[in-house]
Design a protein around this ligand. Structure first.
Ligand code: ZN
Ligand code: ZN
Ligand code: ZN
Ligand code: ZN
Ligand code: ZN
Length: 245
């Protein structure tokens, strides 16, 4: 069942479920959202669906021994980061009860395990075997892998963190505010080495490369949708033009 209007302890006014046509910063977890959003128009206050209606406790299949609890502020004073995307925890969070606790942003907690679309099947993984097509590495930072979506065939792989950054970079550059054609976008082509490695340099290699690139785009679109919420038509269009080179 979908709630259209809710009240939330963190805000004095009624929040209405809307579909944001531009990215917003969630006032709960402070991460970016896109698509469905609980909003107070008067105050420009926004919450992710999963931040507006969190589960008091939760489990995640990557942490089978962990019992997660929802907090509006992470307990303790130590700086914390999200085990999925590696970004700082600055607000709402799920944290497990272990002494050396794991933390997950609510929007990372709810990431789907499997994404399927247009001939590509992607699995959420915390132990990838492939390098990320955006950053070219298996790790987000030294000794920290974070989560990725990896295709069944193993050819397409993107860190959740790298896809978040990509959308954030384009947002900050004003892409989302000023329409589609005002600036050249930093397109996230899989790096050249990777394509050459995968396909060789021949003409059949080039055909493979174009197919490869097309599938990489499909993969990326699926991941963007999974991270930022089911895209509405408007958001889907933005994503499409974000990806067209
Ligand atoms: Zn949030
Ligand atoms: Zn308000
Ligand atoms: Zn734990
Ligand atoms: Zn996260
Ligand atoms: Zn990456």
């Amino acid at each position: 069942m979908k709630y259209k209007e809710i009240t939330h302890l963190s805000h004095p006014h009624v929040l209405v479920l809307e579909s944001a046509e531009e990215p917003y910063q969630c006032d709960g977890c402070k991460e970016v959202g896109f698509g469905p959003c609980f909003k107070c128009e008067t105050c420009n206050f926004n919450l992710h669906e999963e931040c507006a209606m969190p589960e008091p406790s939760a489990f995640h299949h990557f942490f089978r021994k962990c019992d997660f609890r929802f907090y509006e502020n992470a307990p303790g004073y130590r700086a914390r980061y999200c085990d999925a995307c590696g970004k700082d925890v600055r607000g709402f969070v799920y944290q497990c009860l272990h002494e050396k606790a794991h933390d997950l942003h609510p929007c990372c907690m709810k990431l789907q395990r499997t994404l399927i679309g247009d001939g590509v099947k992607l699995h959420l993984s915390d132990k990838v075997s492939t390098r990320c097509l955006k950053c070219g590495s298996k790790e987000i930072s030294k000794g920290f892998r974070g989560w990725s979506y990896e295709s069944s065939c193993g050819q397409y792989c993107y860190h959740v963190a790298c896809v978040k950054n990509l959308v954030l970079e384009n947002w900050r550059r004003g892409y989302f505010d000023h329409g589609h054609n005002t600036m050249a976008l930093q397109i996230m082509a899989p790096n050249e080495d990777n394509i050459v490695q995968q396909t060789g340099g021949s003409s059949s290699g080039r055909r493979k490369a174009s197919k490869y690139w097309r599938m990489a785009k499909v993969a990326l679109t699926l991941i963007i949708s999974a991270i930022f919420g089911d895209p509405t038509t408007a958001v889907a269009t933005l994503i499409a033009s974000l990806l067209s080179s």
